[in-house]
Design a binder for this molecule. Structure first.
Ligand code: DQA
Length: 147
């Protein structure tokens, strides 16, 4: 199969394991990423990862992905709720993107209920902790393999 996927993480996700553990759990991003990479490898998928706290760097990573990736798994953190620049980048490259969230954003503050990215994404997975990333990869592969 040989698919290539970008795992993209936005602001504050580098603090996973430290940050608000009651909401996001005690596991680090490195821990989740390592397991997800092994999970991807077993499916003959190359998973490249990038995390940034900066909106511009995330826009650049999405643009770059156009040259090599078949799709993107994206946890945009708080940018999810207001970044038109990220939305335009996703729409601009035309790659399938699965939006993922560790927490169930709909069970939280009202400002987290709205995603400006969701309308240009394939779909959204939220609320399954670390498994949101695995489910996101599964969803993307289902889409890519059937298409
Ligand atoms: C998050 C949810 C966002 O509302 C929040 O700003 C985050 C993490 C999640 O994974 O649950 O930074 O994307």
């Amino acid at each position: 199969m040989g698919l290539k996927i970008l795992l993209l993480n936005g602001p504050n996700l580098n603090l996973l394991g430290v940050r608000e553990a009651s909401v996001y759990g005690s596991e680090t991003l490195e821990g989740i990423t390592k397991d997800l990479q092994a999970y991807a490898e077993r499916r003959d998928v190359e998973l490249r990862t990038f995390q940034s706290n900066s909106e511009g760097a995330l826009v650049e990573a999405i643009h770059q992905a156009r040259t090599w990736a078949n799709g993107i798994i994206f946890n945009a953190g708080a940018y999810t709720h207001y970044s038109i620049a990220l939305r335009d980048a996703i729409a601009g490259v035309g790659l399938p993107v699965v939006e993922v969230h560790i927490s169930n954003v709909h069970a939280r503050e009202e400002f987290r209920h709205k995603s400006v990215l969701a309308p240009v994404c394939l779909g959204v997975i939220a609320g399954f902790g670390r498994w949101s990333y695995f489910l996101g990869l599964d969803a993307l592969l289902r889409h890519l393999i059937k298409s």
